[in-house]
Design a protein around this ligand. Sequence first.
Ligand code: ADP
Ligand code: ZN
Length: 373
Amino acid sequence: MVGKTGSQGPVVVTHALGSYHVYVETGALARLPALIQELLPDRRVALIADSRVDSIYRSGEWGTGLLEAESLTFEPGEKSKTRESWAELTDQLTERGFGRDAALVALGGGVTGDLAGFVAATYMRGVPYVQVPTTLLAMLDASVGGKTGVDTPRGKNLVGAFHPPAAVVADPNTLKTLPEREYRGGMAEAVKHGMIADESYLAWIESNAEAIGRRDPGTLIHLVRRSVEIKAQVVSDDEREAGRRAILNAGHTIAHALEQSSGYMIPHGEAVALGLIAESRLAEALGIGAAGLSRRVAALLARLGLPVSLPGRIPRARLLDSMSRDKKNKRGDIHFALATRAGAMHRSDTWTTAVPFHRIEAALAAIEETTQD
Ligand code: ADP
Ligand code: ZN
């Protein structure tokens, strides 16, 4: 098992340049102004959010006083994660006279974190920012790692910078307004965290699937905290154990291929759910993974309302083709981070295993069948 849960303080994330705190508390948002005052005194703060999130935090239960800061908005969705949006936000900051004493607050999902984080990374050669994730995916995934960036027509996240936030404030209350499908997508990453590093966490998710589904705040606190702890641990271990970070890619080789070959019609979390099932079946077929893992993972994902078989038939050839074009794969074989059993990942020389095409094809059957056995 990696790390421990229990203490109620923030999760500390360490990185090459220092460390920051991830606060996971119900009601944490109310403390945001005080936290900014404490962490970023004498800074002129700009709040960046997509227009949808911005309007939620201007009305209803959140009132208008979330933050006395100037706000900048952009259109919701991945289509806004571009150099053009980066330029527009940057121009707005300069037009409004923000200087080196600027600080940003990124309020929203993964798109906002990546985009506003990249603005922060580059504005005046870098200004601090606080990340306030409002999607489950952003809370338990994007809040650790310090990656910021935008997409280009050639692919996702091709332009970016490493720029860790000054702090992350995750308030499970913000998830109440999140659309159901968006919410469920985030849970695939939590299942991944259990699968790669902590069997007892996986078992906890199994026992609490119902409470997680109804977004019980206390249950969500544990879910987000434990996932953040696991990801932070894996990322910081990487400095000693070069390449261990690759285990976070579990399920993602196939997930990325699914996203690409569906023209991004399959959302990331759903693609990850399918990828976790197919890749654990692959591990079993190769004799690396213990029998039964893919079945266990599929059963849990199904209970969490995630898909366990492909929506429409995507030709295997197209999936394999997009895997072979992935920047992480050097010619020929495709590299996978494979589980040996729940909570433990296979390691030989490296944390990934090269797998020939025909073995992958066979594993794809796991998500092509209508799994009702
Ligand atoms: P992700 O975190 O899934 O990468 P985005 O940043 O694109 O993604 O957010 C997904 C969508 O959910 C966007 O349309 C965004 O406006 C919306 N959204 C984000 N947070 C909330 C929230 N707490 N309540 C309602 N909608 C939200
Ligand atoms: Zn992911």
